[in-house]
Design a protein around this ligand. Structure first.
Ligand code: SF4
Ligand code: ZN
Ligand code: ZN
Length: 318
């Protein structure tokens, strides 16, 4: 198949556009998509946009596409990777994140859980009796925000793609659990102690990100986390949405847009106070992360040393 815009071989066929694209034209198409999504939400000239890179294809694609925009928009791009210490999976992810940083020419900060907490995510989860993914979510959310704060970043970008967001929203809608409204936004505003989020791949399909990462090519890890729940509702929701999309191209994007207009599940936003240990925003007296760390690491655990270690890790991004 030939590219619809030039004579080169196509890497992908975009069904809703009825166009085949070669790697260069796919990049152009995705850069324009990302530009539309992030427009008006980028850091000012000289400001830092921090991208959370997991080592996987999506955050690699997000970092690379944002790098394409950083020159003309004049913001600085930095990467941050949290090493969860999940055996060979984490080793592969860390290696890929470092290689990605080299390949796109962006500085990277590495936060090693065992280094900053003295325990990997599996150990933390076991000690508090929580499912690994649940503990992992709390740890990643907290550390990425802390890294962005310490680096003085204007925004924190994540690699969630259209399929991730649509599947999350469908699951939340079906189970009526959690407030998914903020997850359907391209960006969320920051406030004291919280760095605003950016979802540059909000309108980029998983297959588009994969083909882009393969054809560029970008370094990324193909390994799946051993704790990933292949029986989870979210994966089923993702497959269901893909099958609908196959018959109705454009369905996922319009599903999200329609859902984003509905009132959030669960009523009003909780009022945020401050965590009595770390001082960061929390809807309870103590934030979920500090509560979990006290249970996992003992009542003597204090967040001060962690904050210092994270500040040291991100110092090179400033
Ligand atoms: Fe963390 Fe679960 Fe994802 Fe593994 S699958 S990286 S444990 S959230
Ligand atoms: Zn082309
Ligand atoms: Zn706290």
């Amino acid at each position: 198949m030939r590219c619809s815009s030039c004579s080169l071989d196509a890497a992908i066929y975009i069904r809703h556009l009825r166009r085949a694209l070669c790697p260069a034209h796919l990049e152009q198409y995705l850069v324009e998509k990302v530009r539309r999504v992030v427009e008006g939400h980028l850091p000012p000239r000289g400001g830092l946009l921090l991208v959370a890179v997991s080592g996987g294809k999506d955050s690699a694609a997000a970092a690379s596409l944002l790098k394409e925009l950083s020159g003309e928009a004049g913001f600085r791009l930095g990467l941050v990777h949290v090493d969860l210490n999940i055996g060979s999976y984490s080793e592969a992810c860390r290696r890929a994140a470092v290689e990605l940083a080299e390949s796109i020419g962006a500085p990277i900060a590495l936060i090693d859980l065992e280094g900053v907490l003295g325990a990997g995510v599996v150990e933390v989860a076991e000690r508090v009796g929580r499912p690994t993914c649940s503990a992992c979510g709390v740890v990643k959310r907290y550390l990425l925000n802390l890294a962005a704060l310490e680096a003085g970043a204007h925004r924190l970008a994540t690699g969630h793609n259209l399929d991730d967001i649509a599947a999350y929203a469908l699951k939340a809608h079906l189970t009526q659990e959690g407030d998914y409204a903020s997850k359907l936004l391209r960006h969320t505003e920051g406030f004291e102690g919280f760095v605003g989020r950016l979802r540059p791949l909000m309108e980029v399909e998983e297959r588009e990100a994969l083909v882009y990462a393969l054809s560029k090519p970008l370094p990324f890890s193909h390994e799946e986390c051993p704790h990933f729940n292949r029986r989870g509702i979210e994966l089923k929701a993702k497959r269901f949405l893909m099958s609908v999309e196959a018959d109705s191209p454009g369905f996922k994007a319009s599903f999200i847009r329609r859902l984003a207009k509905r009132p959030p599940v669960g009523g009003a936003e909780p009022r945020l106070g401050r965590c009595d240990l770390c001082g960061l925003p929390s809807s309870a007296g103590r934030c979920a992360f500090c509560r979990m760390m006290r249970r996992a690491l003992g009542e003597a655990w204090e967040p001060g040393a962690l904050r210092g270690a994270v500040a040291e890790a991100v110092a090179k991004l400033k």
